[in-house]
Design a protein around this ligand. Structure first.
Ligand code: NAD
Ligand code: MG
Length: 381
């Protein structure tokens, strides 16, 4: 098992759970970063005594410097500070920043030779080509934290030849609006969309689960992580979130990973791989569930899934474009400025307006991200 860890986005839903796992296994914490929540970060600094932390928000960083003046932790600030923490050279950098803000720190951590435990799916959706190539070049591992991808990764253990994989099957809970039709979703509120049946997560991903954009993003994430074509990745709605995802092999044998819905299992596996240790997670009692159900997604109502599939198939900057549109629209919806179905409209608009460019750079990814965000804002102005 690793001895030391840096956690980017340590004050978020995944970050806090990652530190719980780190506490349980006595991992040394080399760096922590946060967006703006310095109250939680201060407690984490006092407990884990990292040599360096970063706060993306400059003003919050300044406040934190005053609060922890009695400790020896150095406080960096801004996106540059977060990147510097990512590049601290820890054995493993767990990235649980939300959104495209996680991409540059992931690249910085790989450059510094750290293995990556990746929760920040937007990193791979927008920058998969660069992240996977750079990881290969630097000989670092990208270990999935996202529960579906961890399930696939676990179900792939012992597979000697990639040619033996026929299909990946991602499971989806269906979110709070499963079974509803488009016309039922016109006027849903932010509170209703934030009411996820199975998982307690950050606000952005919870809305992504309600639109099922999350599953589209995960399809792209899986395609990059496991170098699969989109056509060989299927999605099945599994309401109970017990089967976390499956791999179908050429002999039609299907291997899955099961467990109660608790992110501390995939987080811990990413940190202890290839070993397994006792975890704080409740044991799965299958007899508690009289039925486990599986059904086809309603692609008409939850249009974002196939918009993501199309974006990945088109390639180039399209995935970055749909990701940017979703991030902006997701934020506008949470601010009460647009309606729920406008999110899918924004994603569709990005897919239609982005331009084909197969020979793109990482800078182009950041550029299209900025461009599509502005365009999305204008769409609803
Ligand atoms: P969250 O909103 O709870 O936490 C996000 C973290 O990122 C916080 O620490 C926040 O301070 C930090 N942050 C926000 N904006 C930032 C910025 N501009 N620069 C630097 N740091 C910034 O989110 P979460 O639910 O923990 O999700 C984090 C990531 O993990 C997302 O990409 C999400 O899709 C993925 N993920 C989450 C879950 C889950 O159960 N929560 C499951 C699978 C994948
Ligand atoms: Mg997931």
């Amino acid at each position: 098992m690793i001895k030391s860890l840096a956690v980017l986005g340590s004050t978020g839903s995944i970050g806090v759970q990652a530190l719980e796992v780190a506490r349980l296994h006595n991992l040394r914490i080399d760096a922590l970063t946060a967006g703006s929540r310095i109250d939680i970060l201060e407690n984490q600094i006092r407990e884990f005594a990292p040599p360096v932390v970063a706060v993306a928000d400059e003003k919050a960083a300044e406040e934190l410097r005053v609060k922890i003046a009695d400790t020896s932790t150095k406080v960096l600030s801004g996106a540059e500070g977060v990147k510097e923490c990512a590049a601290c050279g820890s054995e493993c950098v767990l990235n649980s920043i939300v959104g495209i803000a996680g991409l540059a720190p992931t690249v910085a951590a790989i450059e510094a030779g750290s293995d990556i435990a990746l929760a920040n799916k937007e990193t791979l959706v927008a920058g998969g080509k660069f992240v996977m190539a750079l990881a290969k070049e630097k000989g670092v591992s990208i270990l999935p934290v996202d529960s579906e991808h961890s399930a696939i990764f676990q179900s792939l253990q012992g597979c000697a030849d990639k040619k033996q994989i026929k299909r990946l099957i991602l499971t989806a809970s269906g979110g709070p609006f499963l079974g509803r039709k488009k016309e039922d979703l016109e006027n849903v509120t932010v509170a209703q969309a934030l009411n996820h049946p199975n998982w307690s997560m950050g606000a952005k991903i919870t809305i992504d689960s309600a639109t099922m954009m999350n599953k589209g993003l995960e399809l792209i994430e899986a395609a990059w992580l496991f170098s699969m074509e989109a056509k060989d990745i299927d999605i099945v709605v599994h309401r109970q979130s017990i089967v976390h995802s499956l791999v179908e092999y050429t002999d039609n044998s299907v291997i899955a990973q099961l467990g109660v819905p608790d992110m501390r299992i995939p987080i811990q596996y990413a940190l202890t791989y290839p070993d397994r240790f006792v975890s704080p997670v409740r044991q799965l009692d299958l007899t508690e569930f009289s039925t486990l159900t599986f059904e086809k997604p309603d692609y008409e109502t939850f249009a974002c899934i196939n918009l993501c599939r199309k974006a990945f198939e088109k390639g180039g900057l399209y995935p970055a474009a749909v990701n940017a549109a979703n991030e902006k629209a997701n934020e506008l919806f949470r601010e009460g400025k647009i309606r729920f179905l406008d999110i899918a409209r924004a994603v569709e608009n990005a897919l239609e307006t982005a331009e084909q460019n197969d020979d793109y750079s990482l800078e182009d990814v950041f550029e299209i991200d900025r461009l599509i965000r502005t365009q999305t804002e204008r769409l609803f102005a």
